[in-house]
Design a protein around this ligand. Structure first.
Ligand code: NAP
Length: 336
């Protein structure tokens, strides 16, 4: 069975997803797209044999669209996800589910009222082989009880308009989701520390972010979005009986003249490109079978709750506690 997908938003990630769906995912066909940049949308639609529509609503309503992929700006996600729920169509929503905790809760409640999951969130690290190995080491009992998680998330550069809050809401959110998913528990407090700022940055950068979890695991994250040298995402999970390290995937190392050198991925597409393919294939397979393996609306809500607490923590310098609503039974097993 082929799932016919409508894509809303054809910027960076939307274009990447359309091309992935069209060329690397089996059982999927992109039939309609929309972007306010109509030229860009039309050109991409022509490339993959899809139709370019006049509005997001038109894409959602089309009879030849079985499922939606949202890659529009995050502030539009709640309204567009709700429209997908109203049309009773599955939706893969790029992060975030919403910018505020309140709007995420509103979407969550709408899905709970439907009584079944239609929403998946685009947290692709859950499909990255390296992160899956870290999770397998922990879940398989190979390192004992988790105690600390040390993370590094460095981007080469960002535009001058990318401020320190955006580092939390756009970049740190990935570690919020992966920490919850790897550890299988919620984050209960966040602290954000600034320090000396890089001369390449237009705002506070780097930042040190600390999460505390329900069982007392401490997660520290260096978020550095102007590191200059490459896209460098790593972590080390320290357990009571061992440690598991996730380094950058390396396909080759050159050893010569007393040196051994390996490459650092240039950007997020290079580092996580394969994970996006697996994510989209799993989503398409799940849409067909009515089961989802990825992040849920609950995960989207919890992640935004931690990120918005992080904004307060950054602004005040305080440790900010996070209290979530009770998890609806629809999401039992989520965050696991
Ligand atoms: P982007 O390049 O700015 O693309 C967004 C596109 O949506 C732009 O073409 C924008 O047009 C268009 N748009 C604006 N208003 C719209 C509307 N009402 N309906 C439909 N499209 C509209 O941003 P991006 O980097 O692709 O990010 C898009 C989303 O994906 C964000 O939520 C982001 O956080 C997420 N993302 C996730 C990952 C990941 O690793 N999971 C990576 C990248 C991005 P204009 O430019 O003309 O406004």
């Amino acid at each position: 069975m082929t799932t016919r997908v409508g894509v809303i938003g054809t910027g960076n990630i939307g274009t990447f997803h359309v091309n992935t769906l069209a060329t690397r995912v089996s059982g999927a066909e992109v039939t309609a797209v929309f972007d306010v940049d109509t030229q860009r949308a039309k050109s991409l639609a022509d490339d993959v044999g899809a139709r370019s529509c006049d509005s997001a609503e038109a894409v959602i309503a089309r009879d030849d669209v079985d499922a939606l992929l949202l890659a529009s700006p995050g502030a539009l996600h709640p309204q567009q996800v709700l429209a997908c729920l109203e049309a009773d169509k599955p939706v893969l929503c790029e992060k975030p589910l919403g910018v505020t905790t309140e709007e995420c809760l509103f979407v969550l409640e709408a899905e709970v009222a439907l009584g079944r999951q239609l929403i998946q969130l685009g947290f692709m690290r859950r499909y990255d082989p390296g992160y899956l190995q870290v999770k397998a080491a922990l879940d398989g009992g190979h390192i004992g009880d988790p105690l600390m998680l040390h993370c590094v998330h460095r981007n080469p550069t960002v535009p001058p308009s990318f401020n320190a809050d955006m580092a939390i809401t756009d970049s740190v959110v990935h570690e919020i989701d992966t920490s919850r998913w790897l550890l299988g528990e919620e984050i209960t407090a966040i602290t954000v520390l600034g320090g000396r700022t890089s001369r390449h940055a237009s705002a506070q950068d780097p930042q040190l972010v600390l999460f505390e979890t329900e069982s007392g695991v401490i997660v520290d994250l260096e978020s550095f979005v102007n590191c200059q040298y490459g896209y460098d995402v790593r972590c080390e999970l320290v357990g009571s009986d061992g440690v598991v390290n996730l380094d950058n995937p390396t396909v080759s190392a050159v050893t010569a003249q007393g040196n051994r050198s390996t490459t650092v991925p240039a950007d997020w597409q290079t580092r996580f490109g394969p994970a996006y393919v697996v994510e989209l294939q799993a989503w398409i397979d799940g849409v067909g079978g009515g089961r989802y393996t990825g992040a849920s609306a609950w995960d989207g809500y919890a992640t935004t709750a931690v990120a918005t607490a992080g904004l307060r923590a950054r602004a005040t310098g305080d440790r900010v506690e996070i209290t979530l609503v009770d998890k609806p039974s629809l999401y039992d097993g989520a965050c696991a």
